[in-house]
Design a protein around this ligand. Structure first.
Ligand code: ADP
Length: 543
């Protein structure tokens, strides 16, 4: 509106200006030489700036009179007519300006009025929106956000209800369908998992062996009925508890947990447990449970399972066998001794003269009786070891005496194979704290082995060396040696290197190991297959 008014007013204003310039040119006629040209210029401008009704006619009349003036400049009447024309044009434009100004003022008033109405309406609208927006948009969004959070927290029963809001109705419907499907999926999965869990729990509970499961922080996860029976604890006293806390008051739990995540997990010795008014034996097995988590590559320890295998029946059979062997070998000893005594009487010819052939026969009987005595002795010792009844008589003993006994006991055997027994034993050796009888038995056995597994005409070296806190006995032979794969097995009970032709029971080294270890010592072998072996016994010094 403002620019239109301005443009129109500018046109009227120009007309006024041209008329004023033409009046000025009329006044200058006679004094100014190019007054007529100036008039003509402004007349041309005016001719091109007609805006009002009647202005065209007045301008044409002005041009007509200007032509008359140019043709007859002396005519005074023409100047007057020209002035009249110009005044009329000026008046017309002045009136036009006034009229247009009045219209513009009216339009401005109207505009202010409309702007006020529009402003008030906008304000009212804004206010209504301000009041109603939370209710109509923010509330459903808030409710939806809350519901999404509930779903994220696995509360799949969550639903939203936007009945009044058509724009949100569809969204609510989609959300509810999604929640319903999630709920259905979750329920089906959960039921399946629960079923699986129940199945595994029942399986573990029905196992006859006690089973205890721990997590990686050694918190007890599960314990089956059998495990509860032997520990004497109730379900609620054990599940979810830290194993370390339970160990403080429960010796059994402590021994069960011994070695978990450490080196020695599975002990050789069975655990003796007194439960349900009877003694039972269990073999402990600890399994480290590791899994590869989804999306990862490295194994991760997630817990442990302790399984106790009930070996009571085997143990009972073992006891029966040990008792049987003990009884039989004990019963054998008396008749063998009497055989030996009778042999001695015969050999001494107290019962009459014996010829050469009879002598040879007696010699054979003597060898067999000695062998029988050795075997029954070994078996008796073994029963002692197996029943854990090794009776030790630990006193300061002379190493030399022990060596002397072992040598003399094997003298005949060595002579038979023409084997030289070379002893290296210093005079001023310190005493050892040992059961001299058992140590002598061990050394005798080692020397006997060395002779038996050596070739004829060789040498067996027996050496005693004092070390800082102990004494080291070694028996070295240059016999066949022991193949590397059997090196660790020769100390096992009843083990004999396959293909061994010499008579024996496979018990000598096993008993020797038990006897030496019971005295706090060590026994080991160093062997060069095909070139001989060195058996070493280390025992503590006395005092
Ligand atoms: P036994 O000699 O009665 O068979 P041992 O327990 O004394 O039982 O020995 C176990 C096995 O170890 C023997 O059968 C033999 O094969 C092997 N062995 C023991 N000592 C030697 C040795 N000095 N040289 C080679 N092999 C040996």
């Amino acid at each position: 509106m403002a620019s239109d008014t301005k443009n129109i007013l500018v046109a009227n204003d120009n007309s006024l200006e041209y008329a004023r310039m033409m009046l000025k040119s009329l006044d200058e006629i006679g004094t100014e030489k190019n007054a007529l040209e100036k008039f003509q210029i402004n007349l041309d401008r005016q001719t091109g700036n007609i805006t009002e009704i009647g202005e065209q006619e007045l301008t044409e009349s002005l041009a007509e009179h200007f032509r008359s003036l140019k043709e007859n400049p002396q005519e005074a009447n023409v100047l007057k007519k020209l002035r009249n024309d110009l005044n009329a044009i000026m008046k017309l434009n002045m009136n036009a300006i006034e009229r247009k100004s009045a219209i513009a003022a009216k339009a401005a008033d109207k505009t202010i009025w409309w702007v006020t109405i529009a402003g008030t309406l906008s304000f009212l609208l804004a206010f209504i929106l301000l009041v109603n927006l939370p209710g109509s948009i923010a509330n459903p969004i808030k409710e939806l956000t809350g519901s999404i959070k509930q779903i994220a927290a696995k509360n799949y029963s969550q639903r939203v209800n936007f009945e009044d809001h058509n724009e949100f109705g569809e969204l609510a419907e989609s959300f509810n369908v999604m929640a319903e499907k999630l709920e259905e999926y979750n329920n089906s999965n959960l039921a399946k998992i629960m079923m699986e869990k129940k199945r595994i729990e029942t399986l573990i509970n029905n196992m006859h062996d006690p089973v205890i499961g721990l997590d990686e922080h050694k918190k007890i996860l599960f314990s089956n009925e059998e495990a509860l029976k032997i520990t004497g604890l109730k379900q609620e006293e054990i599940i979810g508890k830290a194993a370390q806390d339970l160990s403080v008051n429960n010796d059994l739990i402590r021994s069960l947990l011994r070695g978990i995540s450490g080196g020695d997990q599975n002990e050789d010795k069975p655990l003796k447990i007194y439960a349900n008014n009877k003694e039972s034996y269990f073999e402990k097995e600890v399994l480290n449970i590791s899994i590869v988590p989804t999306g990862e590559e490295e194994k991760k320890l997630v817990g442990y399972v302790i399984i106790l295998r009930n070996v009571t029946s085997y143990k009972e059979l073992d006891f029966a066998k040990t008792n049987f062997i003990a009884t039989v070998s004990h019963e054998f000893k008396t008749p063998i001794s009497s055989i030996k005594m009778s042999l001695q009487i015969l050999e001494d010819e107290q019962a009459g003269k014996i010829n050469e052939e009879q002598k040879n026969l007696l010699e054979g009987i003597k060898d067999d009786a000695n062998r029988l005595l050795k075997i029954t002795g070994e078996l008796l010792n073994m029963t002692q070891v197996e029943s854990g009844n090794i009776q030790l008589n630990m006193v300061p003993s002379e190493a030399k005496d022990i060596v002397r006994y072992a040598i003399s006991a094997n003298k005949t055997q060595a002579d038979q194979k023409n084997i030289k027994l070379e002893v290296s034993c210093a005079d001023n050796l310190p005493k050892i704290l040992a059961d001299s009888e058992k140590t002598a038995w061990v050394l005798t056995n080692l020397v006997s082995n060395a002779i038996r597994y050596s070739y004829e005409n060789s040498t067996v070296f027996v050496k005693v060396v004092a070390e800082q806190n102990n004494l080291m006995f070694s028996v070295k032979d240059t016999g066949q040696g022991i193949a590397p794969q059997y090196k660790d097995k020769i100390f096992d009970r009843y083990f004999r290197v396959p293909g061994t032709k010499k008579e024996g029971t496979g018990l000598g080294l096993a008993i020797s190991k038990e006897f030496i270890e019971a005295q706090g010592g060590k026994i080991m072998v160093d062997t060069d297959f095909g070139a001989g072996s060195v058996f070493t016994v280390v025992l503590n010094k006395a005092g």
